[in-house]
Design a protein around this ligand. Sequence first.
Ligand SMILES: Cc1cc2nc3c(=O)[nH]c(=O)nc-3n(C[C@H](O)[C@H](O)[C@H](O)COP(=O)(O)O)c2cc1C
Length: 229
Amino acid sequence: MFSRDALGYDPIPLPDRCDISDADMLGAAQAFYEKMRQRHTVRDFSPRPVAREVIESSLRTAGTAPSGANHQPWHFAAISDPALKHRIREEAEEEERRFYAGGAGDEWIKALEPIGTNAVKEHLTIAPWLIVVFAQRWGQFEDGTRYKNYYVPESVNIATGFLIAALHHAGLSTLTHTPNPMRFLNDALDRPASEKPTMIIAVGHPSEDATVPAVAKLKKPLEEISSFF
Ligand SMILES: Cc1cc2nc3c(=O)[nH]c(=O)nc-3n(C[C@H](O)[C@H](O)[C@H](O)COP(=O)(O)O)c2cc1C
């Protein structure tokens, strides 16, 4: 997307200036918190379809995220094809079986106990969409030469947060799923070895009988997660 000769510094007036009163600001901040605290990781999905346009718009939101040197070192592979979802599930479950059979180590398995997860990953075939997030170590100029990306995990994780918030805002549920290791996703989705898959986000509507683990609702209070100076 970048061409080498279009990278000079060119300041333009700030677009989209936000003109909000102090009172409205507090209301807006609180309303957003109310919205975001209603996001719950869902593991039981309904097969109800979700329009591709909703996924596209949410990915556009992800693409607005800040990134090191604005290199936008991410790629999102969105999958609704049932055969491909089936393949991803088979390969993910193979990794998960190894993980739960001892690969993870006792401490990790213990930490997952209250979440109630196991090696069966039905959501990978039932959820109407899977979005696989890839982190790009390198980018390419239009002429095909490479450039290095900076702060890749930080940038990709911020974009992923934007994506999860956008999907939630659209009324959808998500599951951030991280089979370990995940390299099989490069082959399945035809992505180059220079890209690292960071997670699979299952997207859709919750099933009628969906539950969440009670511990997931225990969020640290503000005093614990922040300090003011
Ligand atoms: C990086 C990351 C990896 C995760 N991996 C998994 C996973 O592999 N399987 C799973 O069921 N949940 C996974 N989760 C979801 C967490 O278990 C969940 O976010 C947590 O229990 C809190 O619940 P909440 O998202 O509803 O607030 C992951 C979350 C994150 C941020």
